[in-house]
Design a protein around this ligand. Structure first.
Ligand SMILES: [Ca+2]
Ligand SMILES: [Ca+2]
Length: 572
């Protein structure tokens, strides 16, 4: 009896302090600057904050308040976006670690280190991009493809669920998305012939509610019952190729309460060698809109049909208002920027956001299909003029690391511009014969990434989604790999050279920078606490570039690894 009363009192105190994260709070996250409850500062993913406490008049006094090291011997890429709630910061780190910190002082409250088995197979470094909050839980995915929910106060495991078999190449790196009490996740493993999927679980218990495969021909399930096959079996995949079709959903999704749809992108089809799977290969390299209630695909848009360049279409789909309509935008890895009707997927606009694109001339706005440059498709190793071991090599741009990769862009309703972290690079690419083997890389391609320009690879570009015009750009020598934040009239982003930078959102004039001691490959956040505006970013060089970057990797191998969170405010 005593205990029940105590529990009740604790619950009451907790709810008075706003400790419990509700659906409404997640729904309103973009408009509540005193917390950051979601990846993207709102489920729409705009990464826009109305806060103007840090502005051009005082940004020269923006200085670190605290820094906290993830420590240990484990460093490598740190791609995490922190969350802030109830005075606590929740931040994930490489090797599936999660830290809870006092958001004002950086004092460590607890940490969770996931016990990883031997033989995990993350394609592109041991990264994690962030957690999700619900109730009194903090939920994140791990490199051995599990989903773990921890008590926000103690760090104790409340539930743990397996997403899939890590020995078959599945892993998990994205921040989960919470919608109406459901935790929605994708999966990673597009380079291992996995089958992409979107799962919805009860956020409180981890119980699976529905699952939707993203490769045509696979059965979906809801409440343990069959819920319809994805697509039309055999329509866009020859033979048995759909069984190892890739289309992994490794960057997670966004959600728009106005449409009731969750938007999630899919990776390359498997294998990379496109000649063994002639056809569009739905729903790889696509944007999918799913009804969160039914777990069914409401619309899809495939940006790269029969992809042969590893142009994962996973990039975030950000919803916003344009010309009185709810639309969404995506800067695709294939170099084109797309604007679509958020409700039905109708293509409204498509234009290049990088300078060199060789695989297609443009996107036909009527059909929504790219006009391919046939001779830029890497050749078939079994073609008559090939030797059976290596197909014709081509120089393709963008390179497979993309015009944009995992680093999220931001949108400002004030300027009407998207702030896109872009990269200019190309690749030599050729195909090789390949057979599927569980847990082995399933590429059937060789490649080397090359820079296109002497003075820069990266460029932060402010892009008008109506016209495709670049309002301004700030070039960067190394490839950009962190994300972007717009706070009031300032744009913040990090560079592999270690800087966190701020520029005027209208002009692009760089007004501030700070050296964090290692490369920044993560998106910044901002929030207010006790009347002061804070800004945080994770620093720690790594990710796909040093692992896969060919000649580019050689250019950036002087950069040092790290692992820390920096928090800033304006000093008086
Ligand atoms: Ca908020
Ligand atoms: Ca890929």
């Amino acid at each position: 009896m005593k205990r029940t009363l105590l529990n009740l009192m604790m619950l009451l105190a907790a709810s008075q302090a706003g400790a419990v994260v509700t659906d409404k709070m997640i729904h309103d996250d973009a408009n509540t600057p005193d917390d950051v409850l979601t990846w993207g500062l709102g489920t729409q993913g705009q990464r826009f904050s109305t806060l103007t406490g840090i502005n051009e008049g005082n940004v020269n006094r923006l200085a670190p308040v605290w820094a906290m090291s993830f420590g240990g011997e484990k460093q490598r890429g740190q791609e995490s976006q922190p969350l802030v709630h109830n005075g606590k910061m929740f931040v994930t780190a490489s090797y599936s670690r999660l830290f809870a910190l006092d958001a004002k002082t950086g004092k460590k409250l607890w940490k969770y280190e996931h016990r990883l088995p031997e033989g995990i197979m993350p394609c592109c470094d041991v990264v994690n991009r962030g957690a999700a909050l619900y109730g009194n839980l903090v939920i994140f995915g791990t490199l051995d493809a599990q989903l773990v929910a921890l008590n926000q106060d103690t760090g104790k495991v409340v539930w743990r669920e397996k997403i899939d078999d890590y020995q078959a190449g599945y892993s998990y790196t994205a921040a989960p998305l919470v919608v109406d009490g459901m935790v929605i996740t994708g999966n990673s493993g597009g380079e291992f012939g996995v089958v992409g999927r979107v799962d919805a679980r009860d956020a409180k218990t981890g119980k699976l509610l529905w699952t939707r495969p993203t490769v045509e021909g696979h059965m979906g399930y809801k409440d343990g019952k069959e819920n319809g096959i994805t697509g039309t079996p055999g329509a866009t995949w020859p033979g048995e190729t759909w069984k190892t079709g890739g289309a992994s959903t490794w960057l997670g999704g966004s959600y728009d309460p106005q449409t009731g749809l969750t938007y999630i992108g899919t990776s390359n089809p498997g294998p990379w060698n496109s000649h063994v799977r002639k056809g569009d290969n739905l729903y790889s390299a696509s944007t999918l809109a799913l009804d969160v209630k039914t777990g069914k695909i409401v619309w899809h848009y495939q940006s790269t049909p029969n992809d042969g360049w590893d142009f994962d279409g996973v990039n975030e789909f950000i919803t916003f208002d344009m010309d009185g309509k709810r639309v969404g935008a995506k800067a695709d890895r294939n170099g084109f920027f797309y604007v679509m009707d958020a409700a039905n997927g109708k293509l409204l606009n498509a234009f290049p956001f990088v300078k060199k694109i060789t695989w297609a001339t443009d996107i036909d706005l009527k059909t929504g299909r790219p006009n391919f440059v046939a001779e830029n498709r890497p050749g078939d190793p079994t073609a008559q003029d090939a030797d059976g071991k290596k197909g014709k090599s081509v120089f393709a741009a963008p390179g497979f690391l993309g015009g944009k990769n995992q680093m999220p862009m931001a949108y400002s309703p004030k300027t009407g511009l998207f702030y896109v972290p872009t990269n200019e690079w190309g690749m030599e690419i050729w195909n090789e014969p390949i057979t599927y083997k569980k847990g082995a890389a399933y590429l059937g391609a060789g490649f080397t990434i090359k820079p296109l320009f002497d003075d820069h690879i990266g460029a932060l570009r402010a892009i008008d989604p109506k016209t495709g015009k670049v309002a301004w750009e700030v070039k960067n020598e190394a490839p950009l790999w962190g994300g972007v934040l717009v706070a009031g009239d300032l744009v913040f982003w990090g560079t592999p050279e270690g800087y966190l930078k701020a520029a005027d959102a209208k002009s692009g004039k760089v007004v501030w920078q700070f050296q964090t001691g290692s490369g920044v490959v993560a998106p910044p956040i901002t929030w207010t606490q006790d009347g002061e505006q804070f800004l945080s970013v994770v620093s720690g060089w790594g990710g796909a570039v040093p692992l896969w970057g060919g000649e580019v990797a050689k250019k950036v191998n002087f950069l040092e690894q790290g692992g820390s969170v920096w928090t800033f405010k304006v000093m008086q």
